[in-house]
Each structure stands twice: as structure tokens, then as C-alpha cells.
Design a binder for this molecule. Structure first.
Ligand code: MG
Length: 344
């Protein structure tokens, strides 16, 4: 079956039938001029959008249709999690080139459906158009956050501790491996799988976000790491008018990353500090509330590590070694769309 046979509306109906999650908050989903949903008075609506373009954000030779569907929705949910919010509905717009098959789109929607069910977000509409050459995905997610538990980039204060979920750098290392498949990497297939999967199939830290939003800990700022630790910490520092000290030995690294880096003479810190697309949560809290958070971090599916503290000097980021040696981190290492080429 091809697109001409299905037609635009046939295609939309076919893809819509692959989506199974229905949210009780959504009154009208796919099939009307607008989606309608009900929001509570003690909550803010939080909205985010993310565009993914073939050859810029993904490469169809390295990611499967199903993984791409999962990732496209997951990275948006990660932004909602970063505000302390819960996702409710998503709108998806696609630019579909003729080279794609109906089978590919079916699998792409199966991936979307898996994440939709897992995080309780209904795909409630969008638009599908033909694209001349490249596959284009635009997803908007709407969610809700309690008015007194909305976390933003602004609010970190000198003396606050800096914390992060999970481990850092795996995704960027996974991307490096994917980009040079013919290079003879010295790595076990299990280690390779760990870092490559973190890149292709990232998991939004919704459980950690819910735990933080549901606790009484004072979260003074939060962001999800999409552009790299240094760059995203830089966003918190800029918005809050502060600087930060990072403790080199405290930065969480997976065993797979450490092994692959040492065996292939790669600098771990480059991936940990600059690598993008970790989709971990980076946040600040008062020294008094640190224990409260780390003790509950078992419930958050990912460990939470204390990696540094906020300092008064605006924009000043330093890496502090175990022996006290301080090294200024000058330029943000991380991804910038208008400075570099292909991402993944
Ligand atoms: Mg973000």
C-alpha cells in the first residue's frame, strides 16, 4: 500500500488507529478542529514544542522507526518533567517524504503509542503534509504543573547545591559510536548497547520529576540536559544571575562510558561535560534539603547525585578537582544549532 492509495485522510485515520491511550482530561481528541481538555484551577498549563528534522536531529540509517517515534515524544515529555509538570496531551505535525513507506509510519506510530501509554499523554491531533525530501516531525506537548511546585531555570542562589539524575555523557558517546561504525572500537557489545541505546531511546525522568514535585524540598531551579551539562547549567546560571562550581569526581558516569573511554583513549570528561541529549534532570536545592532528596531518589528510578554548588559570581563556571585545583570552564561545550552541523 502506498500514500496515493491511502490519501491524506486515509493515512491520518490509519495512523490514528494505532494510538490507544485516552486521557480522562481530554474531552475532544483527534477528529475535530481543535483538541479540548480540562485543566484544574490550582495548576498552570505548561506547553513545549520540539522540531526534529532528518539529517539534523536523526539519521534514518541509525534509528529505527519505532525508536524515532519513542524518542520524538520522550524528548518533549522531558521538557515537561523539567518544569515539575505532568504531560496531558500532545499534538504532532509531520512532513512525510515519498521515500517513506506506510509500514515505516505504522512503526513510528507504534513507538509514539508506547510512550503515550507509558506517560499517560494522549496524542490528540496535529497535521500531516507531504514533504519534498526529508522527514520532519514537530511535536507539541501540553501539561500541567501545580502552581506552587513549578520549577524554572530562574531561582538558583549562592550556596545552593547542584544535583543531577542518572549519569552523563552516554548519549554523546553513543552518537560517536553510531557515526563511525567502521572504526574498530574496543568495547564489549553490551557496553556499546548501553551508550547507543541511551542516545536512540532516552528515558524522560518523569519519576524523578514527580518525586521532586511531590516532595516539600525547595527546588530553586531545574532544567533537563539536552545540550550538555555545561551548556544547560549555563542556562540556569544566566537565568538566575549566578555561577557554579562543579566537582569533577562527583559527576556521575556509567561503567560503560568509563570502560569505553579508557579502552579507546577518549576523554570521559568531554562527554560528561559537553555531551548533549542526556535528558537527565539538573536542578538546585538548599543544602538542608539535599538529604531529603537523595534519600528518596531510589523511588525515582534513577540515582540522584550532588555534583557541585552555586557561587555568587554571575556566569562563572569552574571545575574543581578532588585536590582543590580549580579550572575555569570557559566556553560552553555543547550543541548549538547555528554553530555546528549534524547532530545525530
Ligand atoms: Mg529543555
Amino acid at each position: 500500500m502506498d500514500f496515493a492509495e491511502l490519501g491524506e485522510f486515509g493515512l491520518i485515520a490509519r495512523l490514528g488507529s494505532r494510538l490507544h491511550f485516552r486521557s480522562p482530561n481530554v474531552k475532544i481528541g483527534i477528529g475535530d478542529d481543535c483538541a479540548v481538555y480540562e485543566c484544574a484551577g490550582d495548576k498552570y498549563q505548561v506547553v513545549t514544542a520540539d522540531a526534529l528534522l532528518e539529517k539534523v536531529h536523526f539519521n534514518l540509517s541509525t534509528i529505527s522507526a519505532e525508536q524515532l517515534g519513542r524518542k520524538a515524544l520522550s524528548v518533549n515529555i522531558s521538557d515537561i518533567a523539567a518544569m515539575g509538570g505532568v504531560p496531558v496531551l500532545a499534538l504532532i505535525s509531520l512532513g512525510v517524504p515519498r521515500k517513506l513507506t506506510v509500514k515505516f509510519l505504522d512503526a513510528f506510530y507504534d513507538g509514539l503509542d508506547q510512550i503515550s501509554r507509558k506517560y499517560g499523554v494522549e496524542l490528540a491531533g496535529g497535521d500531516t503534509v507531504a514533504s519534498p525530501e526529508l522527514f520532519y516531525i514537530n511535536i507539541t506537548v501540553l501539561g500541567e504543573a501545580k502552581k506552587d511546585r513549578l520549577f524554572t531555570r530562574r531561582g538558583a542562589r549562592p550556596g545552593d547545591k547542584i544535583l543531577v539524575t542518572g549519569s552523563l555523557g552516554d548519549s554523546a558517546l553513543g552518537l560517536k559510536l553510531l557515526r563511525s561504525p567502521r572504526r574498530n572500537w574496543s568495547a564489549t557489545s553490551r557496553d556499546k548497547k548501553t551508550v547507543v541505546e541511551k542516545h536512540l531511546d532516552p528515558e524522560p525522568r518523569m519519576a524523578a520529576s514527580r518525586m521532586l514535585a511531590g516532595s516539600d524540598a525547595e527546588i530553586t531551579s531545574m532544567i533537563d540536559i539536552s545540550d550538555g551539562l555545561v551548556q544547560d547549567l549555563g542556562h540556569i546560571c544566566t537565568a538566575s544571575g549566578v555561577g557554579a562550581d562543579l566537582h569533577a569526581e562527583a559527576l556521575p558516569q556509567s561503567a560503560a562510558l568509563k570502560r569505553i573511554c579508557s579502552r579507546n583513549r577518549l576523554d570521559c570528561m568531554e562527554f560528561v561535560l559537553g555531551g548533549g541529549e542526556d535528558y537527565e534532570l539538573l536542578f538546585t536545592t538548599t543544602p538542608e534539603d539535599v538529604k531529603k532528596i537523595t534519600e528518596r531518589s531510589q523511588k525515582a528510578e534513577a540515582p540522584i547525585a550532588v555534583i557541585g554548588e552555586i557561587v555568587p559570581e554571575p556566569g562563572k563556571l569552574s571545575l574543581v578537582a578532588e585536590n582543590g585545583w580549580r579550572e575555569p570552564i570557559r566556553k560552553p561545550r555543547g550543541y548549538d544549532h547555528f554553530k555546528r552541523g549534524e547532530k545525530g
